[in-house]
Ligand binder design. Sequence first.
Ligand SMILES: Cc1cc2nc3c(=O)[nH]c(=O)nc-3n(C[C@H](O)[C@H](O)[C@H](O)COP(=O)(O)OP(=O)(O)OC[C@H]3O[C@@H](n4cnc5c(N)ncnc54)[C@H](O)[C@@H]3O)c2cc1C
Length: 478
Amino acid sequence: MSVPYRIEASTGLPTDTKGPQPKASDRIPIIARPFVSDRAKKTLDIVEKFVEEECIPADPIYAQQVGQGVVQRFSATPPVMEDLKKRAGELGLWNMFLPKNHFKEGAGFSNLEYGLMAEMLGKSHTASEATNCAAPDTGNMEVFAKYGTAEQKEKWLKPLLEGKIRSAFLMTEPDVASSDATNIGMKIHKEGNEWVLNGSKWWSSGAGDPRCKIYIVMGKSDPDNANVYKQQSVIFVPAETKGITIKRMLSVYGFDDAPHGHGHITFDNVRVPASMMCLGQGRGFEVIQGRLGPGRIHHAMRSIGAAEKALEYMLARLNDPRKTPFGKQLHEHGIMLARVARSRIDIDAARLLVLNAAIMIDSKDAKFALKEIAEAKVFVPQVNLEVIDRAIQAYGGAGVSQDTPLANMWAHGRTMRIVDGPDEVHMVQLGRNENKRGKWLLEKIEWQKRRTAEVAKGYGEEVRDVLLLERQHSKAKL
Ligand SMILES: Cc1cc2nc3c(=O)[nH]c(=O)nc-3n(C[C@H](O)[C@H](O)[C@H](O)COP(=O)(O)OP(=O)(O)OC[C@H]3O[C@@H](n4cnc5c(N)ncnc54)[C@H](O)[C@@H]3O)c2cc1C
């Protein structure tokens, strides 16, 4: 892939009077630098420039071009997005998410290298789609690349990789606790050479977009299997199949996220050819587990980018000369600088956690990095929300209004504590695994105490309590 963008070419972005700000490649944390190629560093700088100078300014235009009213908003194809996609293609910024050690179809970067780029993309509403790196298509393309037949790849993966169509992943259901995927109940049964699907799905992200042409659907094909992890299957279902109804779209704190959106969809005797089964009957869990690892890293790094953007907004407000509550600019109020410092520490700590997980995935696979992925999945959204919240507070009323992107960023950031498994699921997994050492640790600590007694004996001593007092009251009772 070529990198034709001349990084020196400026479109007029002001330079800091205190000296130029370091480029993204110069800000890579030192522990991650040895794992990042020169080509990735160069591309990262181009991504940053594209996001800062072209995508962020286009974000409000995109929102405007989505239009008004449910029907219009969910059939919009904002022209500014098509132009950004064209521009990203010219710059060679396309499909950076597909990791090079597992897929030949991507731009040839590692999870770590793409993670650094995803941080930049997370600062803009339009940047991920503009570079064909938007969820849920990213995870869905991985499913097709990993498990699709040659025919399925040609029909669905190719146009997805070209950014011509979009896709949705349909797992969650309104009637069951879907964070435990063994509950997923959509009925799938075979009739002749077809699978027949019946049931209801919701939170089907991306289904609102008329360009969304393919669903990846999880359902129950073998409800009586004694192994609850073998009851489910994943099937590819073309979005325009007879029997599918997008009943309504769901809002996120009042935002509809159009045209992408989150659909509530019903399946009424939906029929697909037997060849649409993904990987094999009863192998649904394998598919969803294979899909989620790197995707969580992408979400986490985009959240880091959002937190950085919130901090930038906060610093801008702290230095706005028009805003002087109680006779001082906000940066002169100590509490505000303490919040800036806290945000800086939190973001930097969170980034290290995610990059560490990405390096672990690159060194083997997502399974190898389960603990690190779960840590990032829990920690990063919380940091992001706290940083955005501090920025909102600094803006007063404007912070919760449409006059800054912060309110929308908070709403979106809040969902990250729920999507792809709520915090608690990962906390339980982390806690349970950590606790596996508990019994051994009890034995180790008891052994160390016994060893202390032996060492003391070697010095001819006994182990004494350091605060041993043994004071006795000798006065006679009055
Ligand atoms: C904006 C958005 C986009 C989404 N996109 C998609 C999508 O594209 N495709 C898709 O299939 N789904 C999607 N989802 C759904 C999401 O993955 C689910 O909402 C999530 O997995 C939780 O499932 P649930 O809503 O059924 O909640 P439940 O499973 O009913 O859980 C409710 C709550 O119970 C608690 N809980 C759960 N497990 C435990 C535990 N082990 N210990 C203690 N407490 C626990 C948690 O607090 C949890 O939030 C999306 C959701 C949102 C908000």
